[in-house]
Design a protein. Structure first.
Length: 441
């Protein structure tokens, strides 16, 4: 078996286990927590996703981008990243009060404060992880993540069932997962990856020049991804956000399965052929086809089995999730293509182009989401996800792909648009004739 196939299998296996554990945890929460509590957790998660970008600032990707680095330079990046992580944790801690006030949800204060302690580990963690990816030790990395996530899940399970903890159990589990990953990565990683007490100020300028654009790109990316959570939480309240978050989780779990495989396999290999435009273009188009096919099969299956999946995972009282699920499916199919495009930009060091594109993409999402104020319904918020992603998939070529990858618009369009149309037609037929599988019990 070739190296890349073996790595892909391990990555897929690791992410499958991770997705299963996450789904089981969501199921546990759906059965034991109120919808309002699920809505509060969705807001905490949104805050953490944005904050995690601030603590990294693209430095982990910079290590992969730079094929050769001295240990002194590696240590410099490590200490900068550690400081950024600490400062981000402090920022999240202080921001807990205004966030809770904005949403008028007092429970948010303690949960956001508690979550801020996770940043004590994230700075070191992201650096070690980048070394594993650069060295193509993704199999060992996958094993570490499996072990850490199992430990974290078992803690959350025990905390809710035996200790009567509620939303805070999820945050404690998050912190335990980060600590376990950092401990195992540092223990099993190459000794040369460990930082020394050295600092090279000369490398700071290129690092921040690379990182500042990626920081802006990722913040904008997260903003447009989490904009629906912000709007629903403010306009429709915690209960509606809780129901919506359950539906979106059914879409996001497969995406969480696909995206790490794209980043960890594509990024180092795109970096190797960054100066060979023909090979880079061919790799990009092949990747687009594979990702789209996998996404279509996955999300069509989820829709067909939707009522069964929802009853098993969330219970009969949460069947309202299925009413908004079909409007999100196209978002799930097209979204992974963006991860591949981002990997190309990072591998080539062209994060400035990625930043400009994210400004445009965020403007598109913001424009579509603005219409929600005229139709403040959950189904329309769900539809706006898919509409935004469809527009982004068109505009990404002239604004982002063309300046980086040597492929024609026709070649790019051929790889996804006909398939997306077929997918929409299939979903419409299934919905119109009600061909989904309902639970028989």
């Amino acid at each position: 078996m070739s190296g890349i196939k073996k790595q892909a299998i391990w990555l897929l296996g690791s992410n499958t286990i991770s997705a299963i554990l996450q789904i089981l945890q969501i199921s546990l929460l759906a059965h034991h927590l109120k919808l309002s509590e699920l809505g509060v957790l969705a807001i905490v998660n949104m805050v953490l996703m944005v904050a995690m970008i601030l603590q990294d600032m693209g430095m982990s990707s910079y290590i992969v981008h730079m094929q050769e680095m001295t240990r002194r330079d590696q240590s410099t990046i490590y200490w900068i990243n550690l400081l950024l992580s600490f400062l981000t944790g402090c920022l999240v801690f202080v921001a807990s009060w205004p966030i809770a006030s904005f949403y008028n949800m007092p429970d948010l204060t303690f949960l956001v404060m508690l979550a801020s302690f996770n940043f004590l580990f994230l700075g070191s963690l992201s650096q070690y992880q980048s070394h594993y990816i650069k060295a193509k030790k993704v199999i060992l990395l996958a094993k570490i993540e499996i072990i850490s996530k199992i430990i974290s899940f078992l803690f959350v399970l025990f905390s809710i069932l035996k200790m009567d903890l509620r939303t805070e159990a999820v945050i404690y589990g998050l912190i335990i997962n980060s600590f376990a990953r950092l401990f195992l990565m540092s223990l099993l990683g190459d000794k040369s990856w460990r930082p020394t007490f050295e600092f090279n100020s000369a490398i700071c300028k290129p690092v921040f020049k690379y990182g500042i654009f990626q920081l802006g790109s990722q913040i904008l990316n997260q903003f447009r991804t989490q904009l629906d959570v912000i709007v629903i939480g403010k306009m429709l309240g915690a209960d509606s956000l809780g129901l919506y978050s359950l539906a979106k989780d059914l879409i996001m779990q497969p995406l969480k399965l696909i995206s790490p495989v794209i980043n960890r396999l594509a990024l180092p290999r795109f970096a190797e052929v960054q100066n060979q435009s023909d090979k880079l273009g061919g790799a990009y188009l092949r990747g687009t086809s594979v990702i789209l096919l996998f996404s279509m099969i996955t999300f069509f299956s989820i829709y067909l089995l939707g009522p069964v999946i929802i009853k098993i995972l969330y219970g009969s009282s949460r069947m309202g999730v299925f009413n908004i699920l079909p409007y999100m499916l196209l978002f799930g199919v097209l979204r992974p293509m963006g991860g591949l495009t981002g990997a190309v930009a990072q591998a080539n060091g062209k994060t400035n182009i990625e930043f400009r594109w994210n400004v445009i993409a965020t403007s598109i999402v913001l424009g579509v989401t603005t219409t929600v104020f005229f139709i403040p319904q959950l189904w329309y918020v769900s539809l706006s996800l898919s509409l935004s992603q469809l527009l982004i998939s068109f505009f990404v070529f002239p604004c982002f792909i063309k300046p980086i990858v040597d492929v024609s618009f026709k070649s790019y369009l051929y790889k996804w648009f006909p398939q997306a149309l077929c997918f929409i037609c299939l979903i419409y037929i299934v919905k119109f004739f009600d061909l989904v599988l309902y639970p028989f019990w």
